[in-house]
Design a binder for this molecule. Structure first.
Ligand code: F6P
Length: 340
């Protein structure tokens, strides 16, 4: 008898989720004769025993699709809602896992998902994690799928801001996602030729940012592109882009405009690199299941796939090192990070 496994996608969606589902599912079915089901709406489906059977034909034609065919949610089974006493969710999950005769649950998600996956493995479930997120902030791996697509979308947006900024002689401030990490802003900022890049990992001085923009215009430049990560320090109740644009305009008298790119960074078809990474992660996860090797998250370092124990991943973040080689190179080319 082949193994029976389940897949779920949890947390914010990102391009490449379907490629990962397909990678796990097809390898499990074709290479190992396993039976595969998919829980719907993240951990919610596991709690409520809501699932679809993923036969090989259901896994065809999904490689290029954005979002997740299984749906997702931010349900946290180990967090009791206010007033909840009964319905101990990890207990329900264990019951469902046993009743369905599962040999493993593959949890595709970000940091929160890996934490939950680890807690489920402590409850005795066989679990494998696959890291995804546009933010690229999952600890224990160099890269998450979704990131490359988000960087491409953000870069395209920055490219488009250059021409309108020049036409109007404006400073353009673009805010990018990333939660508390600056990976998207750093990569898209460099790929899009940003003049100033502000990320949460480097404390900035707004006066230095304003001076830089004044300097550029006084030297005859007709625009300035300021790329800001959503997680930078700023007063509460105002977006990062609004804050920076307002301060630039007030201080320098140069017209400043803001763009918040928002959820388009997470939508649509995955880039070729994300399809490949998600497929590799998914196929590798299926091989680990076949080998009976559980309790790990798949990861990549350089170009080499590997695994890391889930207990080492949970509750940690992968942030940009302020001495990252890319930052050093950008500084040497005159890009301002607001700190010097
Ligand atoms: O983790 C992905 C992400 O898009 C972050 O960049 C952003 O801060 C957050 O999710 C938005 O969360 P939600 O989907 O709950 O609005």
């Amino acid at each position: 008898m082949g193994k029976k496994i389940a897949i779920l996608t949890a947390g914010g969606d990102c391009p490449g989720l379907n490629a990962a589902i397909r990678g796990v599912g097809k390898t499990a079915i074709i290479n190992h004769g396993m039976e595969v089901i998919g829980f719907t709406a993240g951990f919610g489906g596991l709690i409520r025993k809501e699932y679809v059977v993923l036969e090989a034909n259901k896994l065809s034609g999904i490689l290029t699709l954005g979002g997740t065919i299984l749906g997702t949610s931010r349900d946290k089974p180990f967090k009791m809602e206010k007033g909840e006493v009964f319905n101990y969710k990890p207990g329900l999950i264990k019951k469902n896992y046993e009743e369905l005769g599962l040999d493993c649950v593959v949890c595709i998600g970000g940091n929160g998902t890996m934490k939950t996956a680890h807690l489920l493995s402590l409850e005795g479930l066989n679990v494998i994690g696959i890291p995804k997120t546009i933010d690229n902030d999952v600890f224990g791996t160099d890269l998450t799928f979704g990131f490359d697509s988000a960087v491409s979308i953000a870069t395209d947006a920055i490219d488009r801001l250059h021409s309108t900024a020049n036409s109007h002689q404006r400073a353009m401030v673009i805010e990018l996602m990333g939660h508390n990490a600056g990976w998207i802003a750093l990569y898209a900022g460099i790929a899009g030729g940003g003049d100033v890049i502000l990320i949460p990992e480097i404390a900035y001085d707004i006066n230095k940012v304003c001076r830089e923009i004044e300097d550029r215009f006084s030297k005859g430049k007709t625009s300035a592109i300021v790329v800001v990560a959503e997680g930078i320090q700023k007063p509460i109740n105002i977006s990062a882009a609004s804050y920076i644009a307002e301060r630039i305009q007030q201080t320098t008298n140069i017209e400043a405009r803001e763009t918040r790119l928002g959820y388009v960074q997470r939508g649509g078809s995955p880039s070729a690199m994300d399809r490949i990474l998600a497929t590799r992660y998914g196929a590798y996860a299926a091989e680990l299941i076949a080998a009976g090797d559980f309790g790990n998250m798949v990861c990549i370092h350089g170009d080499v796939l590997g695994k890391i124990a889930l207990e080492e991943v949970g509750g940690k973040l992968s942030l940009v090192d302020p001495n990252h080689p890319l930052i050093k190179k950008a500084r040497n080319m005159g890009v301002l990070f607001g700190d010097e």
